[in-house]
Design a protein around this ligand. Structure first.
Ligand SMILES: Cc1cc2nc3c(=O)[nH]c(=O)nc-3n(C[C@H](O)[C@H](O)[C@H](O)COP(=O)(O)OP(=O)(O)OC[C@H]3O[C@@H](n4cnc5c(N)ncnc54)[C@H](O)[C@@H]3O)c2cc1C
Length: 383
């Protein structure tokens, strides 16, 4: 099916590179996407491919001087079209390490980021807690200076790559010298004494996910990312670069579902003609193609704005995420309908798309939550 958005280099080359890697992953995608732990074959494949270098700055083995959200989007679009497991292993490298890349000291960056770029070290971002989801002000994990080091206590839940990551970027509440408290960010190696992980409940679309418990975990002051009480800064910067990439993953998944449904509708005949020539089915397919094409263009535009000035354009990334993830669920639902009973067969491509689409409307900012910022931005722009 025609890809509407034309790209200039290096982006066309990146898209082709990611597409080739995704095609090679195709034979192992069903098994990999059913796993809640890291599939060693997929990881080895991603390592060999060199794609993970797009998640890290060039000074530490990455591809571009600064992480380029557009490049990340192009890779995610292609990987997600084939395997959600591969997509999330790729994306987490950037999501988990970006705070370190922009707010860590050079020694920490040298220690961790080259391994992230090759895929030898997996990264994770630990924000969510049992009582703190959309509202990070509810974080109760604590960090306190004991005179020699920072001691962290608390419980993070639903953390991607928990148990597999080499380090966690952790947001914790710290009491500051003036007696107030604020959220501070820290880099915590996974092998720290007192850090344990447990698996999370199995999701409708499996994901490498778990809880991380910090029981008196001690890290040096140099593990801090950003100023004391201002750890939310590097976290927001992470979202500014990576939120739009969720939109790209949604576009890739929707495109794949649409291709499956269009193929089916072109060959299956009912009432003496292929389904595609029955008006309502044609409408479902046409509306879906319009959704995919429109959200791809919106996503690419938001990714290029984010590349030029990520913080300035967070609301554009949010808009792309909102539009693309909501459209993806609509498209996949229509595609299941077009496929009839074949759309319901467990672990068929279309059924996997149906399950995999859903979480994207919840993580990295639930649709309703990001709508608040988008509406505020709209009101500002119209004056
Ligand atoms: C597959 C997956 C991977 C994840 N990986 C990570 C990870 O790596 N690291 C991490 O820290 N977390 C991770 N999470 C957790 C994720 O960030 C949270 O699920 C998300 O922030 C939403 O929080 P919640 O689930 O507690 O929902 P809640 O905050 O309880 O919200 C529930 C619903 O209420 C509505 N709502 C909430 N607040 C508002 C508001 N202000 N206005 C309007 N409506 C609102 C929304 O509809 C929302 O979906 C992951 C989650 C999933 C599903």
């Amino acid at each position: 099916m025609t890809v509407l958005a034309r790209l200039s280099d290096p982006y066309e080359t990146i898209r082709a590179e990611a597409q080739a890697v995704a095609a090679e992953l195709q034979p192992i995608a069903v098994t990999a996407d059913a796993r809640s732990d890291v599939d060693p074959e997929v990881l080895a494949h991603l390592r060999r491919s060199g794609l993970m270098r797009y998640t890290v700055p060039a000074a530490y083995g990455g591809a571009f001087p600064q992480v380029d959200p557009f490049a990340v989007c192009l890779v995610r679009e292609q990987l997600m079209a084939v395997s959600s497991h591969a997509d999330s292993l790729f994306a987490l490298q950037g999501i988990g390490s970006f705070a370190l890349a922009i707010a860590g000291n050079d020694e920490q960056r040298q220690a961790w980021l080259p391994g992230v770029a090759t895929g030898d070290v997996l990264a994770a971002l630990a924000l969510t807690e049992p009582a703190a989801g959309s509202d990070l002000k509810g974080i109760t994990t604590t960090a306190r200076f004991d005179g020699a080091s920072i001691v962290i206590d608390g419980h993070k839940s639903f953390i991607s790559n928990a148990g597999a990551a080499g380090f966690y970027t952790v947001l914790a509440r710290e009491t500051l010298p003036d007696g107030t408290s604020g959220l501070s960010a820290f880099l915590v190696p996974a092998n720290s004494v007192g850090l344990t992980t447990t698996s999370a409940p199995e999701l409708i679309a499996p994901h490498v996910l778990g809880d991380v418990v910090f029981d008196g975990v001690s890290v040096p002051e140099t593990a801090r990312l950003g100023a004391p009480g201002h750890g939310i800064g590097p976290v927001l910067a992470t979202l500014a670069v990576f939120r739009v990439s969720v939109a790209a993953a949604a576009v890739g998944l929707a495109q794949r579902a649409l291709e499956e449904a269009a193929r089916h509708a072109g060959t299956r005949e009912q009432f003496g003609r292929p389904l595609v020539r029955l008006g309502p089915v044609a409408g479902l397919l046409a509306d879906s193609w319009a959704d995919v094409a429109a959200t791809r263009l919106l996503t690419y535009e938001a990714a290029q704005l984010a590349r030029d000035d990520p913080r300035q354009h967070l609301e554009h990334s949010s808009l792309a995420k909102l539009a693309a993830t909501e459209a993806c669920c609509r498209v996949v639902d229509r595609c299941v309908q077009v496929m009839g009973r074949w759309g319901l067969i467990s672990d068929s491509r279309i059924e996997r798309c149906f399950r995999q689409a859903r979480a994207m409307r919840i993580y990295e900012g639930a649709s309703e939550v990001i709508s608040l910022g988008i509406a505020r931005q709209l009101a500002t722009e119209v004056g």
